[in-house]
Design a protein around this ligand. Sequence first.
Ligand code: URP
Ligand code: ZN
Ligand code: ZN
Length: 467
Amino acid sequence: MEQSLLLKDGFIVLPGETVRGSIRIKGEIIEETGKLTPRENEEVLDCRGFYFLPGGIETHTHLQLESMGTVTADDFASGTRAALAGGTTTVIDFATQFHGETMARGLKRWHEKADGKCATDYGFHMALTEWNSQLKGEMESIVAGGVSSFKMYMAYKNNMMVREDEIYDALEETQRLGATIGFHCENGLLIDVLVRRERERGHLTPYFHQISRPAELEEEAIVRLEAVNHLLHANHHIVHLSTSRGLTAINRSRERGIHILVETCPQYLLLEASRYGTPSSEDFEAAKYIMSPPLRERRDQEALWDGLASGEIQFVGTDHCSFNFKGQKEMGRDDFSKIPNGAPGIELRLHLLYAYGVARGRMDINRFSEVTSTNAAKYFGLYPRKGILQAGSDADIVIFDPDPEWTVRGEDLHENCDYTPYENFELKGRVRDVFLRGRHKVASGKIVIEEADGRYLGRLLPDMDIR
Ligand code: URP
Ligand code: ZN
Ligand code: ZN
């Protein structure tokens, strides 16, 4: 008979409550939870003083993505290994359909990149770089194959940007299928003009990236997107929300009866636009923070934290899109518009959210677990297999010690990137053990099973009923 393992006497974090108790794992599954006593000869792990959390679900990564003439530094091996070390057991990456390609072709390439290489379980969204009737005709088979969420860009003119008529058409189709679309909300037409203006003025340092992507352009794109949704009321969400203005626009649309789900990222909660320096600063270090949308102001961070706690924002992904400073970010040394956009973050998501969210009293541990795992499991069609600690669910479990205080050092991370934007951040609380489908892959903070045993997850349709 298969041996079970008892995780004994921790605090089981559930939606809305935390209960003292134990978790019994049998094979890949949680057999039971509650007040449990060890069976004869059963292996027991003493978890007194620790939280049990459902394995983190990362909603937004770009692993091994070809972008701006280079490829992101983390592939599926290093990216998911870093995720695992940080308490994430499921990664949903953006498989990308490039110009002229079918979605099936894009998806096949992403499987070739990921299959047999992942340390966590994984799934794909499908990112679209264009819109046409052929892609529309393909959506049904893509959704049936387990990819129930898409991404469209309102930014990146002449590259991936789509118009409102195309958004309408795509949303009509996902509505018919019960799937969903995440939108990158920035006004790509105006960004293009502003970038050109800055370059004409000889403003080429990283500082001018944010000047060409002001908060108003996120707000405006959201208003435009929600005008479409006022007509359709289709499932959708907004990815990597960065501004208070954007959140206000979302809440106004909600008052008109539109159901909108929202993702934000640790960088928009914790890093300020002051990282870009000043108009006259020549320091190229600022390139480390070149991402789209760019970093914002303190008031934006406060609004996003409040939104997470109150239920206005439902999940936190990292938009992990890592480029090395040396050789990659440096491609834009003479022109900020050539700096590859994106930054790493996959490993520290839970740690940052716990230390600056829970430990600082901005949200309770139950909300933390909802925004890092449960809500994503529901919305992205993985619940109750993932995202909850209950009998019958996959034994994806994080044992979290709330006490340690430590400092982030990039060199200690598993991400394959030569910097972290969170260098020297002071943290409280640490991921101790991680189980992926019952396998004890991280023990006392160290990865002890290196096998790439992560499985591909075909996903069901979204459950929109989350807060
Ligand atoms: O700068 C970023 N975020 N790069 C990744 C692509 C995207 O828009 O999510
Ligand atoms: Zn985006
Ligand atoms: Zn992204």
